[in-house]
Structure formats: C-alpha cells, structure tokens
Design a binder for this molecule. Structure first.
Ligand SMILES: *[C@@H]1O[C@H](CO)[C@@H](O)[C@H](O)[C@H]1NC(C)=O
Ligand SMILES: *[C@@H]1O[C@H](CO)[C@@H](O)[C@H](O)[C@H]1NC(C)=O
Ligand SMILES: *[C@@H]1O[C@H](CO)[C@@H](O)[C@H](O)[C@H]1NC(C)=O
Ligand SMILES: *[C@@H]1O[C@H](CO)[C@@H](O)[C@H](O)[C@H]1NC(C)=O
Ligand SMILES: *[C@@H]1O[C@H](CO)[C@@H](O)[C@H](O)[C@H]1NC(C)=O
Ligand SMILES: *[C@@H]1O[C@H](CO)[C@@H](O)[C@H](O)[C@H]1NC(C)=O
Ligand SMILES: [Zn+2]
Length: 414
C-alpha cells in the first residue's frame, strides 16, 4: 500500500496570514488541506505530494501491451502507443504551463499474452479484478523486463479485448519480478477507443497525482456532468472545456501561490483574472468560506466542440470533505448563476456547460446568495477580466437561499 504520512505538518501553514491585506501570497490560507474525514481518499484538499506520483518535471511512465487467448491482438502496438503519445504528454505540458511532461518507456517488443481469458477478469460484470490483472501482467513481464523504476505502469489491452471495458487506476505499488518498482498502475479499457481517446490517460494519471473523480458515482443516478459540467476532465473527459480547474493546477503546483488571489475576510476586493489557457498571471480568486470549503472563480477563454456557452467566468465551490460516493457532497460543484437550462451540450456536460458568465454576451454580475458572494465584472482588457468580489462572510451553512443569479449589462455597458 501507499504509505500514508501524517498530515499534521501541513496544518501549521493555516495559521500564518497577513491581516493587513486579506490576500495571501507565500502562505495562502485558501490552500485548504484535505478534511480529516477524507484523509484516506483522493480529495481536492491539499495533500503532501510525496504520497502521489510526480506532478512537476517528468512523470516516468512504463507502457506495456497485452492480449488474451480468447481475444488475440487485432491491431498493432504502434497504433495503440500513438493513440496516447505524444498527445497525453503534450496535454500535460500545455495544462501545466510547461511544468509537467511524461517520459514514457514503452515495451513495444510484443503483445504479452495474459495467462487468463479476457472475460475472467470480470471487467464488464462490475466486480473487475484489476489486482489479479496487474499481478498477471507482472508474471508475463517476468524477470527480463527492461523497464526502469517508474511512477506509473500503463497497461494497454488490444482493441480486440472488448470485455476490458473501462480504465480504472490502482492505488497500490507494483513490483516487477526483477525488483523494478512502479508507484502504481493504470489499466486501460476500451472506453479509450469508444469515448475518451488519449485524455483517458490524463484523467487516470490525475488520480495517481492525487486528484479525485468529480462526477457522481453511479449509485447517485446523476449524469456525469451533474457536478462540474464539462469544465474538468476529472469530471467528464469529453466535456466542453476539457482542462483541469485552476484549483487542481494550484494543488499540483502548476500555479504558484501568487497566481491565486485569496480572500479570507468579508468585504470587497478587486482582482484581474487571466484566462486559464494562457501562461502567467492570476488564474483565480478564491474565497475561504470555512476550513473545508472555498468558493473559486476562474476564466475560460476557449472551449472545445464549439461550445461557446462554456466561455467566460466560472464559479465553483471546493469541498475538501467531498468524494464522489459519500454523503458529504461533491468535491467540486460548479454553480450556474443563470439558474436556467442554458447548457449548450447535452452529451458533453449537460446543463452546467452553460454556467460560464461571458462579458461579451452582456453579462456583468454573478450572484451566489447562498454564500453571500457577488462577482462584478468591471471590464475586460486584453482578454483579462477585471472583477470585484464582495463577500458577506457566509459559509453557505445557514441559508439554503436561492442558489445563484446573474445580472445582465445593458447594451451600452458591454
Ligand atoms: C482464470 O480466472 C478464473 C476466474 O477468476 C480462475 O478461477 C482461474 O484460476 C484463472 N486461471 C489462471 C490460469 O489464472
Ligand atoms: C531471460 O533472459 C535470459 C538471458 O538472456 C534467457 O536465458 C531467458 O530465457 C530469458 N527468460 C525469459 C522468460 O524470456
Ligand atoms: C478489433 O476488434 C474490435 C472489437 O471487436 C473491433 O471494434 C475493431 O474494429 C477490430 N480492429 C480491427 C483492426 O479489426
Ligand atoms: C465548429 O463549427 C464550425 C462551423 O459550424 C464547423 O465548421 C466546425 O467543424 C465546428 N468545430 C467543432 C470542433 O465541432
Ligand atoms: C461523453 O461521455 C459521456 C459519459 O460517458 C457519454 O454519455 C457521452 O455520450 C459522451 N459524449 C460524446 C459526444 O461522445
Ligand atoms: C463549511 O460550510 C459548509 C456549508 O457550506 C458546512 O456544510 C461545513 O460543515 C462547514 N465546515 C466546517 C469545518 O465548519
Ligand atoms: Zn476517475
């Protein structure tokens, strides 16, 4: 098992902040640590990064290809390798502003034949046995494997193995028969081909770096995009704005502390928010609501799939006690100030795809009454949004209130 280190050293950071100017840089109090109740789960709270795989520099990957007696390979190793690389590494270079790439060592010598038939790993019966699957890969790699110690062992099945349907991530280390150590393993399935493409790797590797799923578990009977629309690939890999939230990028160290303005006292504050897609500048304003919750606003300048309704300011709430299966709520919830069914893509995130507030469309103010927060857009310069955030000190606990609301600018104010 991954060694769990105590989190208490992190808590000492919280007490240090500058009263004079409620915006923190070096020791940013909005950097909420993982909630105690959530200590052993993946969480949006900040965790010591040494518990997870490399998130700065070069993440070392080892990629192996497998097939089965009942499903012999009907494709080539090159075609599978090229599906992921270099796209997944490039995706990280862009998303991390150059701070993370993947150094992939691939064993392209052959498809390793698994000792069991594909259906015996029970993937499509819901009780998939990825532990046995990974142990079997270790067996077939044997003592002669040329892999080096790595962060992640990526196991890719032939396209023919239709029963290996989806792509879970293990949280256990893997040790090869020759002693080579992998911090963890990702076992790809056919959803890579059928739905999500190379970004499946970026989603699963998000887990190995400590990010939680942002979609409701199936037991909640909600749509995939019910919590975060199409704004983060930890929610929906094929969403309208398939990036990581600024919060995730901050947690991963791709943003510096001074790139997130932290509001920790009630009142009014001004911020200049630069688009998430551009390197440099302040990427988000965060309001620390309490020890487990923060409100964050960030800016999306581009959207995939022509989903223009996902462009603009996006407001969301961080909940360090949330996981996708428990009753403590979503780890991240996007708030739609339009309070309407305005989404522009049903199958790429649904209603919340339209939560963004776009100044160019005449929208001027976002209201989040439950949290006592108002975000006013004062102007847009060079694509950056100049905003004023007002907060009345409410954490959202007391009033269910109307969730949200938006005020439109008159035409001459645009
Ligand atoms: C194949 O899987 C079945 C069902 O899990 C198991 O009973 C059997 O021992 C496995 N055979 C091999 C060779 O691993
Ligand atoms: C491993 O390598 C040794 C030395 O090259 C060779 O004799 C042996 O057959 C190999 N074992 C396997 C399982 O390929
Ligand atoms: C391989 O098998 C899969 C699953 O049956 C199929 O979808 C795919 O088209 C096949 N690929 C080739 C190259 O025949
Ligand atoms: C976006 O819309 C334009 C014009 O309708 C179309 O040509 C283009 O293919 C669309 N792009 C995507 C990614 O859907
Ligand atoms: C995106 O993924 C979701 C969830 O798996 C799926 O329901 C939806 O059809 C996919 N959208 C597209 C356009 O493939
Ligand atoms: C923070 O506020 C939320 C309501 O938004 C509440 O449910 C939660 O219990 C609060 N957390 C703490 C540690 O007080
Ligand atoms: Zn996941």
């Amino acid at each position: 098992m991954i060694t769990i280190k105590p989190i208490w050293s992190l808590l000492s950071l919280i007490s240090i902040f500058n009263e004079a100017n409620c915006q923190i840089s070096a020791e940013n109090v909005c950097k909420l640590p993982v909630a105690t109740s959530n200590r052993y789960s993946l969480s949006v709270g900040f965790t010591p990064s040494d518990e997870y795989t490399t998130n700065i520099g070069a993440l070392k990957g080892a990629m192996v290809f497998v097939d089965f007696e009942d499903k012999p390979a009907n494709d080539t190793i090159d075609s599978l390798y090229n599906l992921f690389m270099p796209s997944a590494s490039d995706w990280y270079s862009t998303a991390s502003y150059g701070r993370l790439k993947i150094e992939m060592q691939a064993d392209t010598s052959k498809f390793y034949r698994m000792p069991n038939i594909s259906t015996n790993y029970k993937w499509d019966r819901g009780d998939f046995d990825s532990d046995t699957y990974i142990a079997d890969v270790v067996k077939v790699l044997g003592r002669n494997s040329t892999f080096r110690d790595s962060d992640v062992l990526y196991i890719v099945p032939t396209r023919a193995a239709e029963h290996i349907s989806f792509s879970p991530t293990s949280r256990f280390p893997v040790i090869l028969e020759n002693g080579v150590k992998m911090k963890t393993a990702v076992t790809f399935g056919q959803d890579v081909h059928l739905k999500y493409g190379f970004k499946t790797l970026n989603h699963e590797t998000g887990h190995t770096m400590g990010l939680p799923d942002l979609y409701p578990s199936d037991s909640k009977k909600l749509a995939r995009g019910a919590w975060v629309g199409g704004y983060d690939i930890m929610g929906l890999i094929n969403g309208t704005s398939p990036d990581y939230f600024a919060w995730h990028k901050w947690k991963l160290g791709w943003l510096d502390d001074d790139q997130v303005d932290c509001v920790s006292a009630k009142g009014s504050s001004k911020h200049v928010i630069t688009p998430l897609e551009k390197t440099g500048g302040v990427k988000a304003a965060a309001v620390k609501l309490n020890e487990t919750k923060a409100f964050v606003v960030e800016l999306r300048a581009t959207a995939a799939y022509n989903a223009s309704c996902s462009i603009g300011l996006v407001g969301y709430v961080i909940n360090t006690a949330g996981t996708n299966w428990n009753s403590n709520g979503a780890p991240i919830e996007v708030l739609d100030p339009h309070m309407s069914d305005r989404g522009c893509s049903l199958n790429r995130g649904g209603r919340l795809t339209g939560a963004a507030v776009n100044f160019a469309m005449g929208e001027k103010v976002m209201n989040f009454p439950r949290y006592g927060i108002k975000v006013a857009i004062d102007g847009v310069k060079n694509g950056n949004y100049e905003i004023t955030v007002d907060w009345d000190g409410n954490s959202g606990a007391a009033s269910p209130g109307p969730g949200v609301g938006v005020i439109r600018a008159t035409d001459d104010e645009r």
